[in-house]
Design a binder for this molecule. Structure first.
Ligand SMILES: *Cc1c(COP(=O)(O)O)cnc(C)c1O
Length: 389
């Protein structure tokens, strides 16, 4: 008998509890429609908010990038993998977020893990919103710092916890999603920054679901005019969502970025993104900033969906973002609803624990600027049809 002898039983048990995860194999390019199991489905679960993952201009830039730089970057950034294409994208991201410097990581997950782990350790403190993305929670846990969660968007609870750390001679890091990935709710940046500053802590905001989607020219929730690096010291962005490519970045002061270059293990010990990804992202960054109609379209779809869903009697959380979860509670119920919607040609993957807290399984509906009025209508009709299940 080995310690792994229960591996099959554990899988069976997971299946029985409605928690088993299965991948859907997609047979078409990313877009508002996907081919799955030979069937065309309307895609209401991607994070390609602006419809740029398969944009002609981004694709053309990607191809050109491959011709200029090859397929792979060959090494980590600190070895020989850091090209002028990466460097140019970092400067553009710094400019876009209104920060002095930015640093590219291979994913948002790597950016979060590496950044938190580089900045705090034994004896320090990390306080996180309890609904933060797994990569932020994992970063806090891996860092070795004392890790606490505060209630969702509750600055009083946060303030109370910060109060108890006094006198704080150690580093204290407060971490929050900007837009919460599974709920669509948003962090009150001003209030949280204020509480954090009062206690001499640093504030890290993960803008994965806000960059490109909200704010002036798509700059997200952290407006650089109002919140410079003295109030939000660390800004995190991901490139695989609204930007439609791949990767993540941290932005902030020169000292912050230099510290991450010295100490972020996910940065140091990992091959740089292909330079062509940086070239493609430069093209999408330009579109993100210039084509405001994409954000307007998203807001319009979101507003109309909420109105239609309310008419159906569906309860929606307080979200004005393109993330519109329909919370069902039970895992198996979420699975059944998702399967029934798929029968009607709608792809909405169920989100279950541990991605969301127990008892809050949901259908996480997301919109992209590419969705048509007709798509929205089909979604509402579909939801009406399955709502009795
Ligand atoms: C998706 C996501 C990440 C991870 O980004 P990847 O580039 O997909 O690794 C980090 N934070 C939040 C809030 C996310 O939603």
């Amino acid at each position: 008998m080995s310690g792994f002898s229960d591996i099959k039983t554990a899988l069976d048990e997971r299946e029985q509890r409605g928690l088993y995860r299965r991948r859907r194999t997609v047979a078409s390019a990313q877009g508002r429609e996907l081919v799955v199991n030979g069937k065309q489905l309307l895609n209401f679960c991607s994070n390609d908010y602006l419809g740029l993952a398969n944009d002609e201009r981004v694709r053309a830039a990607f191809k050109q990038g491959i011709d200029d730089w090859g397929a792979g970057s060959g090494a980590a950034h600190l070895v020989s993998g850091h090209t002028s294409a990466h460097h140019e994208l970092e400067a553009a991201l710094a400019d876009f977020t209104g920060r002095p410097c930015a640093l590219l990581f291979t994913s948002g997950y790597a950016a979060n893990l590496g950044t938190i782990d580089a900045l705090v350790g034994n004896g320090d403190h990390v306080l996180e919103d309890r609904l933060n993305h797994a990569s932020l929670l994992d970063g806090g846990l891996i860092s070795g710092a004392r890790f606490q969660r505060y209630r969702h968007r509750d600055t009083e609870d946060l303030a109370g916890k910060l109060e108890q750390l006094k006198p704080a001679d150690k580093r204290v890091l407060v971490v929050s999603d900007g837009t919460f990935s599974m709920d669509g709710t948003t962090c009150d940046i001003t209030a949280t920054a204020e509480v954090t500053r009062k206690h001499g802590a640093w504030f890290m905001v993960d803008e994965a679901h806000s960059l490109g989607v909200t704010g002036d020219r798509g700059r997200g929730l952290v407006d650089p005019q109002q919140h410079g690096t003295d109030s939000v010291q660390i800004l995190i962005g991901t490139l695989g969502k609204a930007f439609g490519t791949q990767g993540g970045f941290a932005a902030g002061s020169e000292e912050l970025i230099e510290t991450l270059i010295q100490q972020a293990r996910t940065y140091i010990y990992s091959t740089a993104l292909p330079a062509a990804v940086a070239v493609a992202t430069l093209a999408s960054l330009k579109i993100v900033a210039e084509e405001g109609w994409r954000r307007e379209r998203l807001a319009e779809l979101t507003g109309r969906f909420r109105k239609g869903a309310r008419e159906l009697g569906l309860e929606l959380p307080d979200s004005s973002t393109p993330i519109q979860p329909v919370i069902l509670g039970d895992e198996r119920h979420a699975l059944q609803m998702s399967a029934a919607l798929e029968e009607l040609g709608l792809m909405i993957t169920p989100i279950r624990p541990p991605t969301v807290p127990a008892g809050t399984s949901r259908l996480r509906i997301t919109f992209t600027a590419a969705h048509t009025d007709d798509d929205l209508q089909k979604l509402l009709i579909g939801l009406a049809t399955v709502s009795g299940i």
